[in-house]
Design a protein around this ligand. Structure first.
Ligand SMILES: O=C(O)CCC(=O)C(=O)O
Ligand SMILES: [Fe+2]
Length: 275
């Protein structure tokens, strides 16, 4: 049975990893200023950044993404398809990292100074962008699958994810769901997908937070704590996500792309952008 490590052991590995990470002066004044409560990220496991993108900024991003195809990471045999021709079996339709990584507006978000500084303080070391992702969650499915069921992410000893909604997300549109306080809880250490009852029995219904928010809203989440994307019933949800970690994620196959004349920090971006 695969288990997550006890808190003290995890903390030991975090400190060991931190010692090897170069201390870097992160670029200042990159992008808009945003106030971030990093203590809340540590204590509750999430913190909200409020309305981060305007409708016009989102439209511009969608226009730039329009020519890119999607794929279902759990049904690779379906191949690639456009976002307006998603096969009916598909629960989540992801864009490819190499396509997302050419959109400057998205790299700007990932490299926002205030976000990088808050994440550095949370991690205790210079962050590495270990994933940059965007996907549609599709309504009308019978049953939740994969990340639509409660789980902990176990990608590294310490990491967090930035979520930015690119569509309005009401309760019927598959909000992100987080169980408050579970990023520091040693309970339920077996690595598996959990049904709602198992989570409620241990943490209580009140700990469950639904991110019902308008498009443009952003939040940082320590997804080592329990979370899921609720199966959407009504509308499809588009999410942009950036993952920040201490170390590269073992199972990822990184193919950094060439991006001319950027001012982003080379170390932070080394897995996605060629130096
Ligand atoms: O779709 C969501 O809201 C959650 C997805 C998830 O499990 C993750 O990003 O780690
Ligand atoms: Fe997850």
């Amino acid at each position: 049975m695969r288990m997550i490590r006890a808190k003290k052991i995890r903390e030991f590995f975090v400190q060991k990893a931190i010692k090897k990470i170069p201390k870097i002066d992160l670029p200042k004044n990159n992008g808009k200023s945003v106030s971030i409560n990093k203590n809340e990220l540590t204590e509750k496991g999430y913190t909200e950044l409020g309305l981060f993108l305007s409708s016009d900024e989102i439209d511009n991003i969608l226009q730039k993404m329009a020519s890119f195809k999607c794929f279902d990471p759990f049904r690779k045999e379906l191949g690639e398809f456009r976002s307006n021709e998603i096969p009916k079996q598909v629960h989540v339709a992801n864009y490819k990292r190499k396509d997302i990584s050419v959109v400057k507006e998205l790299l700007d978000i990932a490299n926002n100074s205030d976000i990088l500084i808050a994440v550095r303080d949370f991690l205790g070391a210079t962050p590495t962008i270990t994933n940059i992702n965007m996907w549609w969650s599709i309504p009308g499915k019978e049953e939740a699958e994969q990340a639509q069921l409660f789980h902990r992410d176990v990608d590294d000893y310490k990491f967090c994810k930035l979520f930015v909604y690119l569509t309005d997300v009401k309760m019927e549109d598959g909000p992100h769901v987080y169980v408050e306080g579970t990023s520091s809880s040693p309970k339920l250490r077996k690595i598996k997908r959990y049904i709602d009852k198992e989570i409620i029995d241990v943490f209580g219904e009140k700990a469950i937070k639904y991110f019902v928010k308008p498009k443009g809203s952003a939040f940082l989440v320590d997804t080592y704590g329990f979370h899921k994307g609720l199966l959407p019933k009504q509308n499809k949800r588009l999410l942009f996500q950036v993952q920040y970690s201490l170390n590269p994620i073992g199972i990822e196959n990184y193919e950094p792309i060439v991006f001319e004349n950027h001012n982003y920090n080379k170390y932070v971006n080394r897995l996605i952008l060629k130096t």
